[in-house]
Design a protein around this ligand. Structure first.
Ligand SMILES: *Cc1c(COP(=O)(O)O)cnc(C)c1O
Length: 430
């Protein structure tokens, strides 16, 4: 099944990109555990290497199991193509790589996954790139941050560690007017809850490690291309619009049209950076995606129940979950993520840092781990872990201050989750 846009999400999450194995009839997508692929003859090999024919050469570039996952994620996001890679962080570098050059910058939201803040504020400097962090609710500040060297605008749809929803329509209007691509990290929402391309995103990135796989088994990432950006409209994106010396002067945009970014991602990005997803990881993620909508429905249902209960607990200062009427972002749910605000939120304890640590240590059913989007409920004290490298001001701006615990609600029985939270809160405030 390749293109059947008339199918619904629940059908596509099982069927998009996959077909019975032509060699064996295997109904489930086989794990093509191979490094290389036999060429029909020397002409076939030459055509593949010249990008004149699409096919398999070497698994750093493409692999049939990974290709099914790429097509499935692209379909669910409503994009034209996707490139999978070894982690969500790899996907972010792979998304920026064709756009950037030394001296160029991105304008990024302050409300991002802690590891992304570190990647953007520290590591990318080694490439001569930089990031300007702006409050994405302040649209004038976003506009003002864009300069002649800006090459992308970056935000999360539902921002980690939870509670914030980006007004993607307003942000994409700004990036469009500036002739820049908008990159949206849709990890926390998944395409079941939010489809950023429908709100003007150029590229969507994922940590497939989280909800898409859903069971905490493998790390992975993906970049989905909307196929809508005109890379040749300015001279800002020469990797895509100008002759590529590594392919005898081929111009990716002119040659591959709306698939230019995806082809570049494979032919240059994976070829030379090598941040490749392996077929085993693709298999686990394909297994997870088959039940994405069912899990997300339960994640949302449980998150609403648990967050509403927490909000009334005497040890709790406040809960930031956009699915609660008390959230200042509740009004964006209907437009941006109509099926719900996800399964991730933060809770601030009146007892501050000390109470948070005791709370996390007292939980029995919840696991204290640096992960989210698992079937099981997870918890982390961001300020002492994932957001530890950030200054306190950056922690607070990211919604991860010292008094805040991040909760990733699983798909267990909500009553059991509440009972566990209750006993831990009572210990933490004793
Ligand atoms: C986890 C995560 C990442 C990084 O993904 P990895 O797979 O851990 O590299 C990026 N963005 C968000 C929103 C995440 O939750």
């Amino acid at each position: 099944m390749t293109d059947a846009p008339s199918y619904g999400f629940d059908t596509l999450q099982i069927h998009a990109g996959s077909r019975p194995d032509p060699a064996t009839g295997a109904r489930q997508t086989p794990i093509y555990q191979t490094t290389a692929y036999v060429f029909r003859d020397a002409d076939h090999a030459a055509a593949l290497f010249n990008l004149q024919e699409v096919g398999y050469i070497y698994s750093r570039l493409t692999n049939p199991t990974v290709a099914v996952l790429q097509e499935r994620i692209a379909t669910l996001e409503g994009g034209v193509g996707a490139v999978c890679c070894s982690s969500g962080h790899a996907a972010q570098i792979m998304a920026l790589f064709p756009l950037m050059a030394p001296g160029r910058n991105i304008v990024a939201s302050t409300r991002l996954y802690g590891g992304t803040v570190t990647q953007f504020s520290q590591t990318i400097k080694r490439f001569g790139w930089s990031a300007k962090f702006v409050d994405f609710d302040d649209l004038d500040a976003v506009k003002a941050a864009i300069d002649d060297d800006t090459r992308a605008v970056f935000c999360e749809s539902i921002a980690n560690p939870g509670g914030y929803i980006t007004d993607l329509d307003a942000i994409s209007a700004i990036s469009d007017a500036a002739g820049l691509p908008l990159i949206v990290d849709n990890t926390s929402a998944t395409p079941y809850l939010c489809r950023p391309i429908e709100h003007g995103a150029t590229l969507v990135v994922h940590s497939t490690t989280k909800y898409l796989t859903g069971n905490g088994t493998v790390t992975g990432g993906a970049i989905v291309d909307s196929g809508k950006f005109d890379w040749s409209a300015s001279d800002k994106f020469p990797s895509l619009s100008a002759p590529e010396p590594a392919y005898h002067g081929l111009k990716f945009h002119e040659t591959f049209g709306s698939l230019a970014f995806t082809f570049h991602g494979i032919a240059i990005g994976l070829r030379d950076l090598g941040m490749t997803m392996n077929p085993q990881a693709a298999h686990y993620t394909l297994m997870g995606i088959e039940t994405l909508s069912l899990r997300m429905q339960r994640h949302v249902e449980n998150a609403v129940t648990v967050a509403s209960w927490l909000e009334t607990h005497p040890a709790v200062d406040y809960v930031t979950y956009a699915g609660l009427p008390s959230s200042p972002y509740n009004h964006r749910v209907a437009a941006i993520c109509p099926k719900g605000a996800g399964g991730l939120f933060t809770v601030a304890l009146k007892g501050g840092y000390g109470a948070c640590v005791k709370f996390v240590d007292s939980l029995e059913l919840f696991s204290h781990v640096a992960n989210l989007g698992d079937t099981r409920s997870l918890v982390i004290h961001s300020a002492s872990t994932t957001h530890r490298q950030l200054s306190e001001a950056q922690q607070v701006a990211a919604g991860a201050g010292p008094n805040v615990v991040r909760i990733s609600i699983g798909i267990e029985d909500a009553n059991d989750l509440i009972a566990d939270l209750d006993q831990a809160l009572n210990k933490a405030s004793a």
